[in-house]
Design a protein around this ligand. Structure first.
Ligand code: DGJ
Length: 377
């Protein structure tokens, strides 16, 4: 009898824990964030796609190391506070010959929906197994459902054999010192700005590491990625099915060392948040605005404000979410990496205020949209 009572208590206790998890009403940046099963959410370097009242959060499933052992995980939510684990959206392959075999590196997955093909399209930064970060490729997968399963299609070094739209004709010719310059010399920096690596990678395709996807109001999609040995961002138009590159692309901030791009749009202004280049360690975020996705992009400085702003509250950008049904409400999604034990990485979600046409992100220990509306200018 006592045993039955104990089991009943256990069931009730477990249910109450689950229901507590299902009723988060605030964001608590940097704290353990449990899903509706009571487990810390495992969706790092993530992005969010919204459809029919449901948000889907895709991110890297991490273990102790950051090497892909599982793939891309997806969670769903109707309120952004409480997330249900929907499983693995894109699984690593058991085929050793696959580019996404277990042991490859799969980072920063971003999912968009293509109205013309009725397919969900996932792009992600791909590094091939046992090659460190040398391959510098971007991979694409598709699915019929937002929760997957996504089927891997292929990977690219983008823009093979095409010059950027904003590249002077004179820079297209190989310069006499192209092969001999030493890194970090003033001559190297000048040559980099003038396209040293664009020329080097012209035939094989441009490097693509940290990346994001942005879909504009007219349905055109853009792939934005760190290239040229992480020194310069590239913005490339995707084809109508979102599965390939159209050959229209520009360089942004040559030599600016931007990683972790996240793009959003308010009315007719495009904004971009990025980080500097310090591996897993945090650094001051950067922000930019432009009247066209092709630029010119104006540099607006670090959007973080207040305590620990100099390290972006110990986070690195991954996505900016325009919150549905809330005008001018944008959510900064950042990762607080935990390189000694990646599974313990935390999520830093904070509201973005746009003040005088500049994004600002302020730290809050705990917040929700009601608080956020109260602090809007
Ligand atoms: C910083 C990037 O933003 C991360 O996504 C990851 O690629 C690390 N570098 C690897 O050092």
């Amino acid at each position: 009898m006592k045993l039955i009572g104990f089991f009943l208590f256990l069931i009730m206790f477990t249910q109450s824990c689950v229901s507590q998890n299902a009723t988060n009403k605030h964001f608590e940046p940097g704290k353990i964030w449990k899903d509706t099963d009571g487990k810390h959410i495992n969706a790092h370097g993530g992005g969010i796609y919204f459809e029919d009242g449901t948000y889907y959060w895709y991110g890297e499933h991490k273990d102790r190391s950051s090497i892909a052992q599982v793939g891309v995980r997806v969670y769903s939510s109707t309120d952004l506070f409480n997330w249900k684990n929907e499983g693995v959206a894109l699984a690593v392959s058991t085929d050793l010959d696959s580019e996404i075999t277990k042991g490859s590196v799969i980072e920063r997955p971003k999912v968009v929906y293509n109205k013309k093909t009725s397919k969900y399209v996932m792009w992600f930064h791909l590094e091939l197994k046992d090659q460190g970060y040398h391959a510098a490729r971007t991979g694409v997968a598709i699915s019929d459902l937002p929760t997957g399963p996504f089927h891997y299609l292929k990977s690219y070094r983008p823009n093979v054999g095409v010059w950027p739209l904003n590249f002077p004709l004179k820079n297209q010719e190989t310069q006499k010192n192209d092969a001999s310059l030493e890194w970090w010399t003033p001559e190297w920096s000048a040559a980099l700005v003038e396209g040293l690596y664009v020329r080097r990678d012209f035939e094989e395709g441009q490097m693509s590491r940290d990346m994001t996807i942005f879909v504009d109001d007219d349905g055109k999609a853009y792939h934005i990625h760190s290239s040229e040995e992480n020194q310069t961002l590239h913005i490339s138009e995707l084809t109508d099915d979102y599965l390939d590159f159209t050959s229209r692309w520009v360089r942004m901030q040559p030599g600016g060392q931007n990683e972790a791009p996240a793009v959003f749009k308010q009315e007719d202004t495009y904004y971009m948040i990025t980080s500097g280049l310090t591996g897993w360690a945090p650094n001051p975020a950067r922000s930019f605005s432009a009247k066209s996705i092709w630029g010119p992009w104006e540099s607006l400085g670090n959007p973080a404000r207040g305590k620990r702003a100099e390290v972006t509250f110990n986070s690195q950008s991954t996505h900016v979410l325009p919150v549905e049904g809330k005008e001018n409400t944008f959510l900064y999604m950042g990762d607080r990496w935990s390189p000694k034990n990646h599974i313990d990485g935390r999520y830093i979600w904070l509201p973005i205020l746009i003040k005088d046409e500049k994004p600002q992100i302020k730290w809050m220990d705990t917040w929700n949209f009601a608080d956020h509306n109260a602090i809007q200018p």
